[in-house]
Design a protein around this ligand. Structure first.
Ligand SMILES: [Zn+2]
Length: 214
């Protein structure tokens, strides 16, 4: 195990800040149309997955660069890590999609999350900070090609155990299966984005009504 302890900032997770809570959903949303024969896939390469993790604030730029270099040196390991990343992503999607539709998540998906959570928690450390007594950090995050799953697994578990779980929704847009937290007062938000999916649905309903009216 070497070097920098990373990923602590988003994950002062004793404190459940919003970024930490939605990370599991953001992760699930790196795929779209999960059950479609032609899904939209953001993780088209290992580097793409690491790029997302950097953007999401769970890897620093140097950690991301270190993992990309490691992946270039171990292409087979990187391919396997990518498979594992996508497998957990799909499990996380199915878990939250089930929750959003008031269904029981598949025990196999929960088990897949448990497996990654077990791996993740072994790497969790408390580090002393200048501005606060201690903070959470991940040890060896740049040494394991699948390490972006650690904060993701932890954040997913955090949302699953949070009262905010009841606010998880899946976009009613067609075609769209983005997951989001509904912060509307009456809990009735239906679309990931009104300007995209909401307007598309409205336009479709308008066209259908016109058709019926002839
Ligand atoms: Zn949508």
């Amino acid at each position: 195990m070497t070097g920098e302890l990373g990923g602590g900032d988003v994950f002062s997770l004793g404190v459940l800040d919003q970024a930490a809570l939605t990370l599991g959903l953001d992760f699930a949303n790196t795929g779209d149309l999960h059950v479609d024969p032609n899904p939209n896939e953001r993780f088209t390469s290992y580097e793409a997955a690491v790029g997302w993790a950097e953007q999401a604030g769970i890897l620093s730029a140097s950690q991301a660069a270190g993992l990309a270099a490691r992946a270039r040196a171990r292409p087979e390991g990187a391919a396997k890590a990518l498979q594992r990343i996508i497998a957990l992503r799909e499990a996380v999607y199915r878990i939250f999609s089930a929750v959003a539709h008031d269904r029981e998540p598949d025990p196999g998906d929960i088990q897949a999350l448990h497996a990654e959570l077990g791996v993740a928690l072994v790497h969790l450390r408390l580090i002393a900070r200048e501005d606060q007594p201690f903070a959470w950090a991940w040890a060896g995050i740049e040494d394991d090609l699948a390490s972006l799953l650690w904060p993701v697994a932890r954040a997913t578990a955090a949302l699953l155990t949070s009262p905010q779980l009841s606010r998880v929704r899946e976009c009613a847009g067609d075609p769209c299966d983005w997951l989001f937290l509904d912060h509307s007062k009456n809990g009735s938000r239906r679309w990931c984005d009104m300007s995209e999916c909401g307007n598309r649905a409205k336009a479709r309903r308008y066209r259908e009504r016109r058709k019926v009216l002839g």
